[in-house]
Write a protein that binds this ligand. Sequence first.
Ligand SMILES: C[S@@+](CC[C@H](N)C(=O)[O-])C[C@H]1O[C@@H](n2cnc3c(N)ncnc32)[C@H](O)[C@@H]1O
Length: 341
Amino acid sequence: MASTSRDLFGSEANDEAVRGTCDDASQCKRFAVNMGYWQDPYIEYFVRQPKERKAPEISRGETSAFIGRETRRQSGYYARVQGVGRLLKAFLQKTKCNCQIINLGAGMDTLFWKLKDENLLPRKYFEVDFPSIVARKIHSIKSKPPLSKPIMESHSGESLLIDAHSLDSSRYAIIGADLRELPKLEENLKKCNMDPQLPTLVMAECVLVYMSPEHSVSLLKWVSGMFPTAMFINYEQVNMSDRFGQIMIENLQSRKCSLAGVEACKSLETQKERYLHNGWERANAIDMVMVYNCLPPDDIKRIEALEFLDEKELLEQLMQHYCLSWATKDSQNLGLSEIAL
Ligand SMILES: C[S@@+](CC[C@H](N)C(=O)[O-])C[C@H]1O[C@@H](n2cnc3c(N)ncnc32)[C@H](O)[C@@H]1O
């Protein structure tokens, strides 16, 4: 059995709970899509119809791990999807799509398919997650033509490589790996033709917070050391030292899921410092209230009409506890440091 010393400390159980956040996130995203917050024609192929109604705070602003049964969820949400999307598109524009994207802890993310529809595919798009999550995703891809067809269409050359825990085509690769084991991660990415010289966007949405600060620091350092021209986009908790943050932590703990990386989520400053101390030239961090306020007024009007939200304060409190941060290094002088929301 591949059981390790990690089991002795209950870490294997925690890893299982962390893997469970993938379903939480994708179900909440599917719910938000069903409600009309944003469009995603692919999510239905990865995620079953959610049975439970999600609170509007979740679809609109944040996910989470907090108050009450209904909202004890990690999920995507509108401001986050828009915020990450804008930064990503700015990177694709600066690099003219002559780049690669590595989506860490991608879960059931559908970004590859959406970028293909928009004719915005990078030279190669990689996803990484735990092997069991990747196996599920590959199964869905293999069995559902709307998912496999775009991969085949964008594939050229020899036959596509596929096994239980990885799939490698010319434009899309998915790799089963643990983000805390960097030599293996690097080896697997290189096997799938990751090119360190290409401008590289690395994304992590609700992922680093599940890793110890040592592991997330090593990962950020590894990325900055590997790619001379790069951008990192991270979305996760912030301001976690206050009472509200404490409740979020306790709610996740009651689901046997610990936020091992919460130390780095104390403030926007700690989020920025983590980049600047680990090889990045520029760093930015803004909370989700700021992201929400950057949305076009018509957009806000539209989504606020979708569902009745009686607790505006709660939405605001939640959004104060999540942030979008990004960092750049730019040896090719592409203007990456100018990227902003
Ligand atoms: C909350 S989900 C977010 C999924 C996706 N990024 C999204 O926003 O929809 C966290 C994801 O990170 C993955 N993850 C967390 N720690 C990981 C690790 N050490 N190695 C690989 N994947 C990890 C989990 O399996 C899960 O799919």
